[in-house]
Ligand binder design. Sequence first.
Ligand SMILES: [Zn+2]
Length: 272
Amino acid sequence: MSFKESFLKRSNSYNFYKQQYETLSAENHELKALLKKYEEVYPPKECPICGYKGIDFKPYVNIIHREVECPQCRSHERHRALWLYFHEKKELLKKGNTFLHFAPEIQFDELFRNSGMEYHPVDINPENSLINEIVDIQDIKYPDNYFDLIYCSNVLEHVPDDKKAMDELYRVLKPNGTALILVPINGISYERPYDKQKTFESDEINTPELREKYYGQNDHLRLYGEDFKDKLKEAGFTILHDDYIKNLGHELIDKYALIKDENIFECTKLKS
Ligand SMILES: [Zn+2]
């Protein structure tokens, strides 16, 4: 029997041993050795947002093949990646700058509200308690060239006219401003059985059940392919980077349970 099997037989929970170790005694050599060995086989995962440390993250709804959700702050892979990103690129959260945030997430609320920026958390869904106002991304009620920073993560796949939405994001971004745009692409959310290049969207996929089956979630309206970046370019954006997560390296990707192939599209609007 391998060490892994024998350990799992003795305990289903690294956290149990960890807790025992901390509450019993640092002199408990057997426990200490066991924990150390276990950590070598399974390096503990960490959440950079809330500091959770444990053997793994939780699966999420139908995504059972992957660790997704932090059991403590409920962050998903993209939140943890963006958290690292915003802490590395602090200049983006510049005091006094204008910031449009679509579909705000609780994990970022304190960080963004305390940034000293002119912060606009918005959503079309009035049930999102973090918003200041209701805004339709297909018709953004702000003037041209208004925002220094736009952050729009996992929104466009819910929007009927995503082309209009991208045009609107481009319109309200200041020249040389930054728009961070994320969508689920290809098999990131689930296994995709067909062409990964092209975005898949069909009028016939019109029920929650069919959307779940073909797009991976019952309220998604399409499944983006690798041509998503072409759509951003068509709207006028220049993509500066899309490989932040990949460049973190496999150790950090494993530690924080990120998705190596997930893209943070860092876009700008060049002065014409
Ligand atoms: Zn967390």
